[in-house]
Design a binder for this molecule. Structure first.
Ligand SMILES: [Zn+2]
Length: 102
């Protein structure tokens, strides 16, 4: 039987009496969308973009591509799940639900 442990608090998650939560995080560098109006005037840019993409592929092969794309997978117990959804970005201030009264 497979035992899962929480990736946050390391507690064993007993699936008979508690739920296991799976967090999947996909992180990718945001590329500026092409401005189609400028494509004719800036053909050289297409070449530059193609070269940039080729460089990125090379970086991925050498393991430096993590800054461009990363896929993460965590198992959480119910306690950590509750804390995670309240502060998914790990910021020092908890996420404010709703609007402030200012
Ligand atoms: Zn936990």
């Amino acid at each position: 039987m497979i035992h899962y442990s929480c990736d946050r608090c390391k507690k064993i998650i007993d699936q008979h009496d508690s739920l296991r939560y799976v967090v999947k995080i996909e992180v990718q560098a945001a590329m500026e969308p092409l401005d189609l109006d400028d494509v004719d005037a800036d053909r050289d840019h297409l070449l530059e973009i193609q070269e940039m993409l080729e460089r990125m592929e090379d970086e991925e092969c050498s393991g430096a591509g993590n800054e461009v794309y990363q896929k993460l997978h965590y198992d959480l117990c119910s306690d950590c799940h509750r804390q995670y959804v309240n502060n998914p970005l790990g910021s020092e201030l908890p996420v404010q639900i709703g609007f402030s009264q200012n």
